[in-house]
Design a protein around this ligand. Sequence first.
Ligand code: PLP
Length: 414
Amino acid sequence: MKLESIQAAEKKLLLQTYERHPYLFVGGEGVYLEDEKGDKYLDLLSGIGVSALGYGHPAVEKAILEQSRRLIHTSNLFYHEGTANLALRLIEISGLDRAFFCNSGTEAWEAALKLARAHAGCLRKQGKQIGRKFLALEHSFHGRTMGSVATTHKDKYREPFAPVMPDVEFVRFNDVEDLKAKFSSDVCGVCLEAIQGEGGIHPVSQEFISTARALCDSTGALLLVDEIQSGMGRTGKWFAYQHYGIRPDIITIAKPLAAGIPMGAMLCTDEAAEAISPGLHGTTFGGGPLACAVALAVLNTIEREKLLQHIVEVGEFFKAELHKLAARHECIVDVRGAGLMLGIQLNSAGLAQRITASMMERRIIINRTSETVLRFLPPFILERKHVESAINMLDELLSTTYASASPAGEKSHG
Ligand SMILES: Cc1ncc(COP(=O)(O)O)c(C=O)c1O
Protein backbone atom coordinates (compact mmCIF):
# COMPACT_ATOMS: atom_id res chain seq x y z
CA MET A 1 0.00 0.00 0.00
CA LYS A 2 1.28 3.49 -0.89
CA LEU A 3 1.34 6.41 1.55
CA GLU A 4 -1.56 8.17 -0.20
CA SER A 5 -3.84 5.09 -0.03
CA ILE A 6 -2.94 4.49 3.62
CA GLN A 7 -3.73 8.13 4.39
CA ALA A 8 -7.11 7.89 2.62
CA ALA A 9 -7.98 4.59 4.33
CA GLU A 10 -6.97 5.83 7.79
CA LYS A 11 -8.99 9.00 7.32
CA LYS A 12 -12.08 6.91 6.81
CA LEU A 13 -11.37 4.00 9.16
CA LEU A 14 -9.50 5.27 12.23
CA LEU A 15 -10.61 7.37 15.15
CA GLN A 16 -8.95 10.65 14.30
CA THR A 17 -6.73 10.96 17.38
CA TYR A 18 -3.52 11.92 15.59
CA GLU A 19 -2.43 14.43 13.00
CA ARG A 20 0.29 12.27 11.51
CA HIS A 21 3.22 13.64 9.53
CA PRO A 22 3.09 12.41 5.91
CA TYR A 23 5.88 9.83 6.11
CA LEU A 24 5.68 6.06 5.78
CA PHE A 25 8.37 4.12 7.61
CA VAL A 26 9.02 0.53 6.76
CA GLY A 27 12.26 -0.30 8.57
CA GLY A 28 15.14 0.97 10.61
CA GLU A 29 18.72 0.31 11.64
CA GLY A 30 20.68 1.89 14.49
CA VAL A 31 19.63 5.53 14.85
CA TYR A 32 18.06 5.65 11.37
CA LEU A 33 14.51 4.97 10.20
CA GLU A 34 13.90 4.04 6.57
CA ASP A 35 10.89 5.10 4.49
CA GLU A 36 9.23 3.17 1.67
CA LYS A 37 11.51 4.80 -0.91
CA GLY A 38 14.62 3.60 0.92
CA ASP A 39 15.50 7.08 2.27
CA LYS A 40 17.10 7.14 5.73
CA TYR A 41 16.08 9.54 8.51
CA LEU A 42 18.23 10.37 11.53
CA ASP A 43 15.83 9.77 14.41
CA LEU A 44 16.22 12.21 17.32
CA LEU A 45 12.82 11.30 18.75
CA SER A 46 12.95 7.46 18.94
CA GLY A 47 9.19 7.01 18.77
CA ILE A 48 8.66 9.57 21.59
CA GLY A 49 11.37 8.12 23.78
CA VAL A 50 10.64 4.43 23.21
CA SER A 51 13.23 2.98 20.83
CA ALA A 52 16.11 3.68 23.22
CA LEU A 53 18.37 1.03 21.69
CA GLY A 54 17.59 2.26 18.19
CA TYR A 55 16.29 -0.03 15.48
CA GLY A 56 17.20 -3.64 14.83
CA HIS A 57 19.33 -4.00 17.97
CA PRO A 58 20.53 -7.63 18.02
CA ALA A 59 19.84 -8.05 21.77
CA VAL A 60 16.20 -7.00 21.31
CA GLU A 61 15.74 -9.17 18.23
CA LYS A 62 17.27 -12.17 20.02
CA ALA A 63 15.05 -11.75 23.09
CA ILE A 64 11.91 -11.43 20.94
CA LEU A 65 12.82 -14.40 18.79
CA GLU A 66 13.81 -16.73 21.61
CA GLN A 67 10.98 -15.84 23.96
CA SER A 68 8.30 -15.88 21.26
CA ARG A 69 9.39 -19.40 20.35
CA ARG A 70 9.08 -20.50 23.99
CA LEU A 71 6.07 -18.66 25.43
CA ILE A 72 4.34 -15.33 24.77
CA HIS A 73 1.51 -15.29 27.32
CA THR A 74 0.41 -17.22 30.40
CA SER A 75 -1.90 -14.75 32.26
CA ASN A 76 -1.24 -13.51 35.75
CA LEU A 77 -2.94 -16.57 37.23
CA PHE A 78 0.30 -18.50 36.79
CA TYR A 79 4.02 -18.05 37.32
CA HIS A 80 6.66 -17.62 34.64
CA GLU A 81 10.39 -17.00 34.80
CA GLY A 82 10.49 -13.35 33.77
CA THR A 83 8.57 -11.30 36.33
CA ALA A 84 10.69 -11.88 39.44
CA ASN A 85 13.95 -11.53 37.47
CA LEU A 86 12.84 -8.22 35.98
CA ALA A 87 11.43 -6.94 39.28
CA LEU A 88 14.73 -7.73 41.01
CA ARG A 89 16.70 -5.75 38.44
CA LEU A 90 14.32 -2.78 38.57
CA ILE A 91 14.47 -2.77 42.35
CA GLU A 92 18.27 -2.84 42.30
CA ILE A 93 18.49 0.18 40.00
CA SER A 94 15.69 2.22 41.61
CA GLY A 95 16.12 1.57 45.33
CA LEU A 96 12.38 0.81 45.64
CA ASP A 97 11.02 -2.51 46.90
CA ARG A 98 8.29 -3.90 44.67
CA ALA A 99 7.02 -3.85 41.10
CA PHE A 100 3.65 -4.02 39.38
CA PHE A 101 3.77 -4.66 35.64
CA CYS A 102 1.32 -3.35 33.07
CA ASN A 103 1.22 -2.31 29.41
CA SER A 104 1.62 1.44 29.03
CA GLY A 105 2.57 4.64 30.78
CA THR A 106 -0.94 5.71 31.60
CA GLU A 107 -1.75 2.30 33.06
CA ALA A 108 1.31 2.54 35.31
CA TRP A 109 0.21 6.02 36.42
CA GLU A 110 -3.34 4.78 37.16
CA ALA A 111 -1.80 2.07 39.36
CA ALA A 112 0.22 4.74 41.17
CA LEU A 113 -2.87 6.88 41.83
CA LYS A 114 -4.88 3.88 43.03
CA LEU A 115 -2.07 2.78 45.32
CA ALA A 116 -1.81 6.27 46.86
CA ARG A 117 -5.57 6.31 47.54
CA ALA A 118 -5.53 2.76 48.96
CA HIS A 119 -2.50 3.57 51.12
CA ALA A 120 -4.24 6.64 52.57
CA GLY A 121 -7.28 4.43 53.29
CA CYS A 122 -5.05 2.07 55.31
CA LEU A 123 -3.61 5.01 57.27
CA ARG A 124 -7.14 6.23 58.06
CA LYS A 125 -8.01 2.77 59.37
CA GLN A 126 -5.02 3.10 61.72
CA GLY A 127 -6.55 6.35 62.99
CA LYS A 128 -4.31 8.76 61.08
CA GLN A 129 -5.75 11.90 59.56
CA ILE A 130 -5.16 11.85 55.81
CA GLY A 131 -7.46 12.68 52.92
CA ARG A 132 -7.94 11.67 49.28
CA LYS A 133 -6.63 14.69 47.43
CA PHE A 134 -3.78 14.77 44.90
CA LEU A 135 -1.51 17.68 44.21
CA ALA A 136 -0.17 17.72 40.65
CA LEU A 137 1.92 20.30 38.82
CA GLU A 138 1.02 22.87 36.24
CA HIS A 139 2.18 21.79 32.74
CA SER A 140 2.28 18.14 33.86
CA PHE A 141 1.43 15.23 31.55
CA HIS A 142 0.60 11.80 32.96
CA GLY A 143 -1.41 10.09 30.21
CA ARG A 144 -4.86 9.79 28.68
CA THR A 145 -6.99 7.57 30.95
CA MET A 146 -9.39 9.20 33.42
CA GLY A 147 -7.07 9.39 36.45
CA SER A 148 -4.11 10.34 34.30
CA VAL A 149 -5.95 13.17 32.54
CA ALA A 150 -7.25 14.34 35.90
CA THR A 151 -3.65 14.89 37.03
CA THR A 152 -2.61 16.30 33.63
CA HIS A 153 -2.66 20.06 33.62
CA LYS A 154 -3.79 21.11 30.14
CA ASP A 155 -7.52 21.87 30.12
CA LYS A 156 -7.98 20.69 26.56
CA TYR A 157 -7.01 17.12 27.56
CA ARG A 158 -9.50 17.07 30.45
CA GLU A 159 -12.51 19.23 29.73
CA PRO A 160 -14.19 17.23 26.92
CA PHE A 161 -14.21 14.21 29.23
CA ALA A 162 -15.44 15.89 32.41
CA PRO A 163 -16.08 14.97 35.11
CA VAL A 164 -12.65 13.34 35.43
CA MET A 165 -11.35 12.04 38.78
CA PRO A 166 -12.14 14.68 41.41
CA ASP A 167 -9.90 16.00 44.22
CA VAL A 168 -6.91 17.13 42.17
CA GLU A 169 -5.35 20.54 42.66
CA PHE A 170 -2.57 21.99 40.51
CA VAL A 171 0.50 23.65 42.01
CA ARG A 172 2.47 26.29 40.12
CA PHE A 173 5.62 24.69 38.65
CA ASN A 174 8.62 24.99 40.99
CA ASP A 175 6.69 27.38 43.26
CA VAL A 176 7.60 26.14 46.73
CA GLU A 177 5.29 28.60 48.51
CA ASP A 178 2.33 27.51 46.38
CA LEU A 179 3.15 23.86 47.19
CA LYS A 180 3.30 24.59 50.93
CA ALA A 181 0.07 26.59 50.77
CA LYS A 182 -1.84 23.84 48.95
CA PHE A 183 -0.44 20.91 50.94
CA SER A 184 -2.44 19.71 53.95
CA SER A 185 -3.53 16.51 55.67
CA ASP A 186 -6.21 16.26 52.94
CA VAL A 187 -3.47 15.24 50.48
CA CYS A 188 -2.76 11.53 49.86
CA GLY A 189 -0.20 12.06 47.10
CA VAL A 190 2.01 14.65 45.43
CA CYS A 191 2.48 13.93 41.72
CA LEU A 192 5.38 15.16 39.62
CA GLU A 193 7.70 14.48 36.70
CA ALA A 194 11.31 15.16 37.76
CA ILE A 195 11.78 16.60 34.27
CA GLN A 196 8.52 17.54 32.59
CA GLY A 197 8.51 16.08 29.10
CA GLU A 198 5.37 17.08 27.19
CA GLY A 199 5.33 20.29 29.25
CA GLY A 200 8.49 21.42 27.42
CA ILE A 201 11.55 19.78 29.10
CA HIS A 202 11.37 21.57 32.45
CA PRO A 203 13.44 20.09 35.31
CA VAL A 204 11.87 20.41 38.75
CA SER A 205 14.06 22.36 41.18
CA GLN A 206 15.97 20.71 44.03
CA GLU A 207 14.13 22.88 46.54
CA PHE A 208 10.74 21.97 45.12
CA ILE A 209 11.27 18.20 45.11
CA SER A 210 12.93 18.24 48.57
CA THR A 211 10.01 20.25 49.94
CA ALA A 212 7.52 17.83 48.35
CA ARG A 213 9.40 14.93 49.99
CA ALA A 214 9.42 16.63 53.41
CA LEU A 215 5.74 17.58 53.24
CA CYS A 216 4.75 14.03 52.32
CA ASP A 217 6.87 12.67 55.19
CA SER A 218 5.13 15.00 57.62
CA THR A 219 1.68 13.43 57.03
CA GLY A 220 2.22 9.99 55.45
CA ALA A 221 1.19 11.17 51.96
CA LEU A 222 3.09 9.54 49.10
CA LEU A 223 5.46 11.16 46.63
CA LEU A 224 4.62 9.87 43.12
CA VAL A 225 7.32 10.48 40.51
CA ASP A 226 6.43 9.85 36.87
CA GLU A 227 9.58 8.57 35.10
CA ILE A 228 7.74 7.37 32.01
CA GLN A 229 9.64 9.74 29.73
CA SER A 230 12.71 10.48 31.86
CA GLY A 231 13.43 7.00 33.24
CA MET A 232 15.52 3.95 32.29
CA GLY A 233 18.68 5.99 31.74
CA ARG A 234 17.51 8.78 29.47
CA THR A 235 18.92 11.55 31.67
CA GLY A 236 22.24 9.78 32.32
CA LYS A 237 21.10 8.15 35.56
CA TRP A 238 18.67 5.24 35.69
CA PHE A 239 15.96 7.61 36.90
CA ALA A 240 15.76 11.40 36.85
CA TYR A 241 14.88 11.60 40.59
CA GLN A 242 18.34 10.16 41.29
CA HIS A 243 19.82 13.53 40.31
CA TYR A 244 18.12 14.99 43.41
CA GLY A 245 19.14 12.54 46.17
CA ILE A 246 15.56 11.77 47.19
CA ARG A 247 13.63 8.49 47.27
CA PRO A 248 10.05 8.65 45.98
CA ASP A 249 7.40 6.28 47.36
CA ILE A 250 6.18 5.38 43.90
CA ILE A 251 7.67 5.71 40.43
CA THR A 252 6.18 4.86 37.06
CA ILE A 253 8.12 3.73 34.00
CA ALA A 254 7.14 2.66 30.48
CA LYS A 255 8.28 4.00 27.08
CA PRO A 256 11.80 2.46 26.61
CA LEU A 257 11.30 -0.32 29.17
CA ALA A 258 10.80 -3.09 26.60
CA ALA A 259 12.16 -1.27 23.53
CA GLY A 260 8.79 -0.91 21.81
CA ILE A 261 7.03 -4.04 23.05
CA PRO A 262 4.27 -2.35 25.10
CA MET A 263 5.16 -2.46 28.79
CA GLY A 264 4.78 -0.24 31.83
CA ALA A 265 5.64 -0.68 35.49
CA MET A 266 4.94 0.92 38.82
CA LEU A 267 7.62 0.53 41.48
CA CYS A 268 6.86 1.28 45.10
CA THR A 269 8.04 0.93 48.68
CA ASP A 270 7.13 -2.05 50.85
CA GLU A 271 5.21 0.31 53.09
CA ALA A 272 2.98 1.56 50.26
CA ALA A 273 2.59 -1.96 48.85
CA GLU A 274 0.90 -3.13 52.03
CA ALA A 275 -2.28 -1.41 50.85
CA ILE A 276 -2.76 -3.90 48.02
CA SER A 277 -3.99 -7.45 48.40
CA PRO A 278 -4.91 -10.01 45.71
CA GLY A 279 -7.87 -8.92 43.61
CA LEU A 280 -7.58 -5.18 44.29
CA HIS A 281 -5.71 -4.40 41.09
CA GLY A 282 -4.55 -6.25 37.98
CA THR A 283 -4.30 -6.48 34.21
CA THR A 284 -4.52 -9.36 31.75
CA PHE A 285 -1.40 -8.70 29.70
CA GLY A 286 0.85 -6.99 32.27
CA GLY A 287 4.27 -8.53 32.85
CA GLY A 288 3.86 -11.24 30.23
CA PRO A 289 6.80 -13.50 29.33
CA LEU A 290 7.63 -11.70 26.07
CA ALA A 291 7.63 -8.15 27.50
CA CYS A 292 9.66 -9.28 30.55
CA ALA A 293 12.26 -11.06 28.42
CA VAL A 294 12.70 -8.00 26.21
CA ALA A 295 12.88 -5.61 29.18
CA LEU A 296 15.59 -7.78 30.75
CA ALA A 297 17.51 -7.66 27.46
CA VAL A 298 17.15 -3.86 27.41
CA LEU A 299 18.49 -3.54 30.97
CA ASN A 300 21.36 -5.93 30.28
CA THR A 301 22.26 -4.04 27.12
CA ILE A 302 22.25 -0.64 28.83
CA GLU A 303 24.66 -2.09 31.40
CA ARG A 304 26.84 -4.14 29.04
CA GLU A 305 27.25 -1.30 26.54
CA LYS A 306 27.80 1.21 29.39
CA LEU A 307 25.07 3.39 27.95
CA LEU A 308 24.50 5.52 31.05
CA GLN A 309 28.04 6.89 30.76
CA HIS A 310 27.60 7.25 27.02
CA ILE A 311 24.35 9.21 27.52
CA VAL A 312 26.11 11.58 29.92
CA GLU A 313 28.96 12.18 27.44
CA VAL A 314 26.91 12.56 24.27
CA GLY A 315 24.21 14.46 26.17
CA GLU A 316 26.72 16.99 27.53
CA PHE A 317 28.16 17.46 24.04
CA PHE A 318 24.65 17.86 22.58
CA LYS A 319 23.64 20.39 25.24
CA ALA A 320 26.85 22.38 24.82
CA GLU A 321 26.25 22.50 21.05
CA LEU A 322 22.68 23.70 21.66
CA HIS A 323 24.03 26.46 23.91
CA LYS A 324 26.43 27.49 21.14
CA LEU A 325 23.50 27.53 18.73
CA ALA A 326 21.54 29.69 21.17
CA ALA A 327 24.43 32.16 21.28
CA ARG A 328 24.25 32.45 17.48
CA HIS A 329 20.44 32.64 17.13
CA GLU A 330 18.44 35.10 19.19
CA CYS A 331 15.23 33.15 18.44
CA ILE A 332 16.44 30.43 20.88
CA VAL A 333 15.34 31.70 24.27
CA ASP A 334 16.33 28.73 26.46
CA VAL A 335 18.18 25.38 26.43
CA ARG A 336 17.02 22.77 28.97
CA GLY A 337 17.25 19.14 30.00
CA ALA A 338 19.72 16.45 31.01
CA GLY A 339 21.38 13.53 29.23
CA LEU A 340 19.47 12.75 26.07
CA MET A 341 16.26 14.47 27.18
CA LEU A 342 16.86 17.95 25.80
CA GLY A 343 14.85 20.87 24.51
CA ILE A 344 15.34 24.33 23.09
CA GLN A 345 12.65 26.93 23.48
CA LEU A 346 12.12 29.21 20.49
CA ASN A 347 10.48 32.61 20.60
CA SER A 348 7.50 31.59 18.44
CA ALA A 349 5.26 28.57 17.93
CA GLY A 350 5.19 29.21 14.19
CA LEU A 351 8.96 29.10 13.94
CA ALA A 352 9.12 25.90 16.02
CA GLN A 353 6.52 24.31 13.74
CA ARG A 354 8.37 25.29 10.57
CA ILE A 355 11.75 24.15 11.87
CA THR A 356 10.31 20.77 12.89
CA ALA A 357 8.74 20.30 9.43
CA SER A 358 11.91 21.47 7.62
CA MET A 359 14.08 19.12 9.67
CA MET A 360 11.76 16.24 8.65
CA GLU A 361 12.03 17.27 4.98
CA ARG A 362 15.82 17.08 5.40
CA ARG A 363 15.43 13.67 7.01
CA ILE A 364 16.13 14.51 10.63
CA ILE A 365 13.29 13.64 12.99
CA ILE A 366 12.67 15.99 15.90
CA ASN A 367 9.47 16.99 17.64
CA ARG A 368 7.77 20.13 18.86
CA THR A 369 6.10 20.12 22.25
CA SER A 370 4.45 22.79 24.36
CA GLU A 371 4.15 24.87 21.17
CA THR A 372 7.55 26.56 21.19
CA VAL A 373 9.92 23.81 22.33
CA LEU A 374 11.99 21.64 19.98
CA ARG A 375 12.38 18.38 21.84
CA PHE A 376 15.17 15.82 21.43
CA LEU A 377 14.65 12.28 22.79
CA PRO A 378 17.10 10.32 20.62
CA PRO A 379 18.07 6.67 21.02
CA PHE A 380 20.66 6.11 23.77
CA ILE A 381 23.12 4.86 21.12
CA LEU A 382 23.32 8.29 19.46
CA GLU A 383 26.89 9.40 18.66
CA ARG A 384 28.62 12.78 18.43
CA LYS A 385 28.65 12.65 14.63
CA HIS A 386 24.84 12.43 14.62
CA VAL A 387 24.62 15.40 16.99
CA GLU A 388 26.94 17.37 14.68
CA SER A 389 24.73 16.71 11.62
CA ALA A 390 21.61 17.75 13.51
CA ILE A 391 23.23 20.91 14.88
CA ASN A 392 24.53 21.91 11.43
CA MET A 393 21.09 21.45 9.94
CA LEU A 394 19.40 23.40 12.76
CA ASP A 395 21.96 26.17 12.36
CA GLU A 396 21.22 26.46 8.65
CA LEU A 397 17.44 26.29 9.07
CA LEU A 398 17.32 28.77 11.94
CA SER A 399 19.28 31.25 9.81
CA THR A 400 17.04 30.86 6.78
CA THR A 401 13.65 30.36 8.44
CA TYR A 402 13.72 32.84 11.33
CA ALA A 403 13.13 35.97 9.27
CA SER A 404 9.97 34.61 7.59
CA ALA A 405 8.43 32.73 10.56
CA SER A 406 4.77 33.33 11.34
CA PRO A 407 2.72 32.25 14.39
CA ALA A 408 0.79 28.99 14.04
CA GLY A 409 -1.70 26.96 16.00
CA GLU A 410 -0.99 24.34 18.58
CA LYS A 411 -0.77 20.62 17.86
CA SER A 412 -1.51 17.78 20.23
CA HIS A 413 1.21 15.50 21.56
CA GLY A 414 1.74 12.61 23.91
C1 PLP B 1 5.60 11.71 31.68
C2 PLP B 1 4.60 10.86 30.97
N1 PLP B 1 3.69 10.19 31.69
C3 PLP B 1 2.77 9.40 31.11
C4 PLP B 1 2.72 9.25 29.75
C5 PLP B 1 1.69 8.36 29.12
O1 PLP B 1 2.28 7.20 28.63
P1 PLP B 1 1.50 6.28 27.56
O2 PLP B 1 1.34 7.09 26.33
O3 PLP B 1 2.38 5.07 27.39
O4 PLP B 1 0.19 5.93 28.18
C6 PLP B 1 3.64 9.93 28.94
C7 PLP B 1 3.58 9.83 27.48
O5 PLP B 1 4.07 10.66 26.75
C8 PLP B 1 4.61 10.75 29.58
O6 PLP B 1 5.52 11.43 28.86
